[in-house]
Design a protein around this ligand. Structure first.
Ligand code: AGP
Length: 611
C-alpha cells in the first residue's frame, strides 16, 4: 500500500499534489517523491522519510509546472531509501513512473532490460516499468504504457508522465485502486479518494485492465489494446475523515474488509506452481535445511499467529517447534542449541520485548528470521532475514489484517521447511504442500464469502455485548484461533473473555459455565470434530449457550448449537485464516454496541515500544 496523486491543469502542480499527498500518508510513510514537467524538462525530487521532509526539499525549488505526479511509499521491494523512493525514471530521464502494487515478474523483466542496455538505479520492482515504457515510447505515451502493462504480471496502479508527450498523465490499473478526479480545465489522479476531496467530488473509478489518458480538459479510457471504454462518473458524498476510512466508520472495519486483498498480496509471486519461491520469500533454503528446531517468539496477536505456525511447521515438516511470549523468553534463559532457528513475528517490527528476544537469540549465535509488516523496522533491520507480510499499514490498534497475513507467511514458511527437509520420509508433507498451494490461491475469494456473512455476525455480537464474560473453545488449530478471538473481544469491547482448549474445560473451568455465559465454539478441524461435539454437549448440559462456527460441509454441529455460522471449507490447516474473520467482526460489533472507542481502545497503543 502506497499513495499516488497527480495533477494536470492551470494551477501550480507541485504544491497542489504534495498537499493532497498528505491526505494519503496513512497509506505509506517511509519515503516520498514528486516528478513534474516544466520548461526545463523532467524534474524529480524524492527522499526517504515523510512527506514533510519532501516539502522542505521542495521549498527551495522554483517551478511553474502544471503537471506532476507524486507518491508516498510503504516499501515492499527494496528498503526505504532515497534511491528506492518513487518516482522512478528511465535511462534518459524522459519518463517518470509512480506505482502502487507488486510487479511479480520484475526479476525476469529486469534481466531482459539490462541485457538490452538499460541501467537501473534502484532495487525496486517499479523501475522496470519506467524502462519498459522507454523501450516502447515512440510518439503517444498511452501507446507505450499500454504495451508496457501487457508485459506486467502482478498488481499495479501506475501514473506516468513524459517529456516526450508532456501534456498528459497516463494511468493504468490492475488489482490496485486508482481514481480520476474531474475538474474544470484541470483533472487529478489518485490512488484513493481522500486525496481529491479538497478539489473535486466528481470521480471516475477505474476498473482492472483500464488505461486512461488524462489531460487538463479530457479523460479517455481504453482497455490494454486501445479499445475505448465508457465509465460512469461517481459523485463522492463522504466527508474527508470517513473517506480516509474508505467510507467505513472505523479503521478496524476497513482493515477487516481489506483482508482478501491483503492475503492475495502476501501470496503474490511467492508460490511457483505448487512450491514456495525462495527468491521471492527471501529466505535461503540452506538455512531452513540445516534447522533442527524452530522457536517462534512474539507478543499478543503475533504470538497467536506463532501458535498457528507451530501446528503448521510440525505438521508439514515434522520439525519440533516451541512458541514463546517474547516477554517471557527474554528473561527465562532459554536452552538454545546449534541447529535452532528463531522466528520473531511482529506487525510493527518495533515491539520492545520482541526486539529484545531477537537480540538475545542473535547474541547467542542463533539465526533469526523476522516476519514483519513494516519494511525497515527494527526487527527487519536486525534479523538475519525478513519475510514481509504485505497487509499494508494497519492503523487500528486491534490487529486484524496483519494477523491474517502472518498466518499466510507462516504457511509459506512451513511449506518451505517441508521443501527443504528430509525429515518427512513418507513424502506426505510434500503432497500436503501441493494441496495447500491450490487452496491458498482460493483463500481470498473464500475470505470474501466469509465477509458476506457480516450482518449475521453483527446480530450475534449484539447479543454477546450484553454479557460481561465469554468463553472461546476449540481443539488444535481452532484453539489457536480461539486465543485470538478472545483477545480481540477483550481488547476493544472490554468484555472479559477466555480461550480454552475444549478438552481442558472439564479440568476446572466447567464450574464457571452457567446459562449466563456465552461459549463460542470453533469446529473447523474434522479430525477432532467428534471430540468437540462431546465438549459442546458438556457445556449445554450445564445450561451454557453455544455459538458455533463450523465448516459448510458439517451438518451435525449446527444441531448441537444455539446459533451457528457455516464457513466456506478449505483445507483444515488453512481454516484459521477464514474462521478468525467472524471473530474479528464479533469483537468489532460488540465494541460498537457498547459504545467503545474501537480504533483506540483504552490503555493500549498500536506499537508497544516500552517494556
Ligand atoms: C493485537 O490486536 C494487539 N494490538 C497486540 O496484541 C499486538 O499484536 C502486540 O502488541 C504485538 O505487536 P507487534 O505485532 O507490532 O509486535
Amino acid at each position: 500500500m502506497c499513495g499516488i496523486v497527480g495533477y494536470i491543469g492551470d494551477k501550480a502542480a507541485a504544491p497542489l499534489v504534495i498537499d493532497s499527498l498528505g491526505k494519503l500518508e496513512y497509506r505509506g510513510y517511509d519515503s516520498a517523491g514528486i516528478a513534474f514537467l516544466d520548461g526545463d524538462g523532467l524534474k524529480v525530487v524524492k527522499t526517504e522519510g515523510r512527506i514533510a521532509k519532501l516539502c522542505q526539499m521542495l521549498s527551495g525549488v522554483c517551478t511553474d509546472a502544471k503537471v506532476a505526479v507524486s507518491h508516498t511509499r510503504w516499501a515492499t521491494h527494496g528498503k526505504p531509501s532515497d534511491a528506492n523512493a518513487h518516482p522512478h525514471t528511465d535511462c534518459r530521464n524522459e519518463v517518470a513512473v509512480v506505482h502502487n502494487g507488486i510487479i511479480e515478474n520484475h526479476a525476469a523483466l529486469r534481466r531482459e532490460l539490462m541485457a538490452a542496455g538499460h541501467v537501473f538505479r534502484s532495487e525496486t520492482d517499479t523501475e522496470v516499468v519506467a524502462h519498459l515504457i522507454e523501450q516502447y515510447l515512440d510518439g503517444r505515451l498511452e501507446i507505450a504504457v499500454r504495451r508496457a502493462v501487457c508485459r506486467l504480471s502482478g498488481s499495479f496502479a501506475l501514473a506516468v508522465i513524459s517529456t516526450r508527450d508532456p501534456h498528459k498523465i497516463v494511468v493504468a490499473r490492475k488489482d490496485s485502486p486508482l481514481v480520476i478526479g474531474l475538474g474544470r480545465g484541470e483533472n487529478m489522479v489518485a490512488s484513493d479518494i481522500p486525496a481529491l476531496l479538497d478539489h473535486t467530488r466528481e470521480t471516475v473509478i477505474l476498473r482492472d485492465g483500464d488505461v486512461a489518458t488524462v489531460t487538463a480538459d479530457r479523460v479517455e479510457i481504453t482497455d490494454r489494446n486501445g479499445t475505448p471504454l465508457e465509465r460512469n462518473v461517481f459523485r463522492v458524498e463522504w466527508d474527508p475523515v470517513s473517506a480516509q476510512k474508505g467510507g467505513y466508520p472505523h479503521f478496524m472495519l476497513k482493515e477487516i474488509h481489506e483482508q482478501p486483498d491483503a492475503i492475495a498480496n502476501t501470496l503474490r509471486g511467492r508460490l511457483s506452481g505448487t512450491r514456495v519461491d525462495f527468491n521471492e520469500l527471501r529466505v535461503p533454503p540452506e538455512l531452513l535445511a540445516k534447522t533442527k528446531r524452530v522457536r517462534i517468539v512474539a507478543c499478543g496477536t503475533a504470538y497467536h499467529a506463532g501458535v498457528v505456525g507451530k501446528y503448521l511447521i510440525e505438521k508439514l515438516a515434522r520439525l519440533p517447534v516451541e512458541v514463546d511470549l517474547a516477554s517471557e523468553y527474554r528473561y527465562r534463559d532459554p536452552v538454545l542449541d546449534a541447529g535452532d532457528l528463531v522466528i520473531v513475528i511482529s506487525q510493527s517490527g518495533e515491539t520492545a520485548d520482541t526486539i529484545a528476544a531477537l537480540r538475545e537469540s542473535r547474541a547467542r549465535g542463533v539465526p533469526v528470521i523476522a516476519v514483519s509488516n513494516v519494511m525497515g523496522s527494527t526487527v527487519a533491520r536486525e534479523a538475519d532475514h525478513t519475510v514481509y507480510t504485505l497487509a499494508g499499514p494497519e492503523v487500528a490498534v486491534a490487529s486484524t489484517k496483519a494477523y491474517v497475513t502472518q498466518l499466510i507467511v507462516m504457511t509459506l514458511l512451513a511449506m518451505a521447511f517441508a521443501q527443504t527437509h528430509a525429515g518427512d520420509p513418507t513424502g506426505s508433507g510434500q503432497k500436503l504442500c501441493e494441496t495447500l498451494a491450490q487452496e491458498l490461491r482460493a483463500l481470498p475469494e473464500k475470505a470474501r464469502k466469509v465477509l458476506a456473512t457480516e450482518s449475521q455476525v453483527a446480530e450475534l455480537a449484539k447479543a454477546i455485548a450484553r454479557w460481561e464474560d465469554a468463553f472461546f473453545i476449540g481443539r488444535g488449530l481452532d484453539y489457536a484461533v480461539a486465543m485470538e478471538g478472545q483477545l480481540k473481544l477483550k481488547e476493544i469491547s472490554y468484555i472479559h473473555a477466555e480461550a480454552y482448549a475444549a478438552g481442558e474445560l472439564k479440568h476446572g473451568t466447567l464450574a464457571l459455565i452457567t446459562r449466563d455465559v456465552p461459549v463460542i465454539a470453533l469446529v473447523t478441524q474434522p479430525h477432532v470434530r467428534e471430540k468437540m461435539l462431546s465438549n459442546i454437549t458438556e457445556v449445554k448440559a450445564r445450561g451454557g449457550k453455544i455459538y458455533a462456527f463450523c465448516r459448510d460441509d458439517d451438518e451435525e454441529t449446527p444441531q448441537h448449537s444455539d446459533w451457528h455460522l457455516q464457513l466456506p471449507s478449505s483445507h483444515p490447516l488453512l481454516m484459521p485464516v477464514l474462521s478468525v474473520i467472524p471473530l474479528q467482526l464479533v469483537a468489532y460489533y460488540a465494541a460498537v454496541e457498547r459504545g467503545c472507542d474501537v480504533d483506540k481502545p483504552r490503555n493500549l497503543a498500536k506499537s508497544v515500544t516500552v517494556e
